[in-house]
Design a protein around this ligand. Sequence first.
Ligand code: HSE
Length: 303
Amino acid sequence: MKEVQLRIPATIANIVCGFDVLGFAVNEPYDEITLRISDRPGIRIHHTDGYGLPEDPALNVAGVSLQAFIKELGTDTGFDLEIHKNIKPGSGLGSSAASAMGAVAAANIALGNPFNHSRLLYFAMQGEKVAGGVAHMDNVAPCLLGGVTVIQSTDPPDAISIPAPELQVTIVHPQIEVKTSDSRKIIKKEVPLKSAITQWSNVASLVAGFCTSNYQLISKSLHDVIFEPTRSMLIPGFAEVKAKSLAAGALGGGIAGAGPSMFMFSTELETAQRVEKEMQSVYEKLGVEYKTYITTLKKTPLI
Ligand code: HSE
């Protein structure tokens, strides 16, 4: 196949308590990419969005991921890549993961699927390393596999997609940029055993809640006692958004990935709409520009 076009979903890493191990894909927002195989070796990248991202493949997340793909392929295949991002960089919605995973997934389709999911995750993680300083997998995995994913291992990359019930997802993105690398710098490197036990109890219960469609268990498990207290300080309005969303009937939620976006799960669309109104009112009052989305889990794999 000479040309491949893909829509690449936004993803929300951590799902509150599962730092670096849980994530899910959503139907909106999404990026659009077109990849063409070229007779001319090398990678050429063109962004049609207005985000001013570097187009030099060595500095571009998609470019670095494709370079890792080509290196392992062992040929001098050429790629022309056009990227239109709707997922704003630095939003906490898996923008870099979408670029990284989108590029290698499209290249894999174009060349007749030479690599399995584990290798594709590895290539995309090389791009994530450029963006955030760490090759974390909890955005690229749900981006590729769809639905809710659990990271079993990063070396070698191994992720599983677990069953999940229908969920409405309300997202608010205050228009400030939080770099993943900065948001990782401020987290404590030592965790008291008591907090660790609470955290992994919530992670296990949340996974059980997803697998059994137990909304009450999902709601009870969406707590982060380790990272949220520090990271939320980078997000204006965080506590108010959370309190008002829960009062409006949301099951629970928190920081999307490294922030600054926040997300809330609800069972009904009407609740998700009430949550959106509460989120909007917080940022109207604070005078901070924002964007909201109401979406659902994207359950289908990318490829
Ligand atoms: N797990 C990563 C973090 C996700 O929280 O830093 C970044 O999107």
